[in-house]
Design a protein around this ligand. Sequence first.
Ligand code: COA
Length: 163
Amino acid sequence: MQLIDADASHLAAIQAIVNDVVATTTAIYDEAPATDRETADWFEVKRAKGFPVIVAIDESVSVMGFASYGDFNKKPGYRFTVEHSLHVAADHRGKGLGRVLLEAIESRARGAGVHTMVGLIDAENVASRRLHESAGYELAGTLKEVGWKFGRWLNMCSYQKIL
Ligand SMILES: CC(C)(COP(=O)(O)OP(=O)(O)OC[C@H]1O[C@@H](n2cnc3c(N)ncnc32)[C@H](O)[C@@H]1OP(=O)(O)O)[C@@H](O)C(=O)NCCC(=O)NCCS
């Protein structure tokens, strides 16, 4: 396994992982799959703002997962805070890759002078909550019934770590 910065050649695989998460979980509150254009625009914003997109690839250069971060809030007073995200392909989950990606994105954030990392995690997402708690993230609070997907209300847990 290798961690590298994503380029345009990884976007189709990133999109496939995201769209599987969208279709099968409440980890992302989207209901429709991301289009090629939306994925390209997302990547362009990351590139333009200097935000990292790290992919974990295997020996055959297949993308097993990715991590990134972006603005927590666009107002200038929030510029030392980022909101991160990470997703591992279904057949690679539970093998430690999420932890590796979280550590990698944190390390990039430290290098970029980020002070606070925020993860907004659906309350039902036991794996992500467990991962973040064991990596030193604190539950700052839970926003109840702010999301709606699969015909039910969803609660959003705000996790944070001061780097
Ligand atoms: C959440 C996710 C990123 C975790 O990555 P992963 O590679 O599966 O997790 P890891 O194998 O690195 O495990 C990390 C920790 O979570 C725990 N964990 C992993 N899967 C778990 C599960 N299904 N239930 C409970 N705990 C779980 C592990 O025991 C480990 O805890 P530890 O460090 O205390 O031993 C991954 O499962 C995923 O992409 N899920 C779908 C999309 C998603 O939820 N993304 C995150 C959005 S906030």
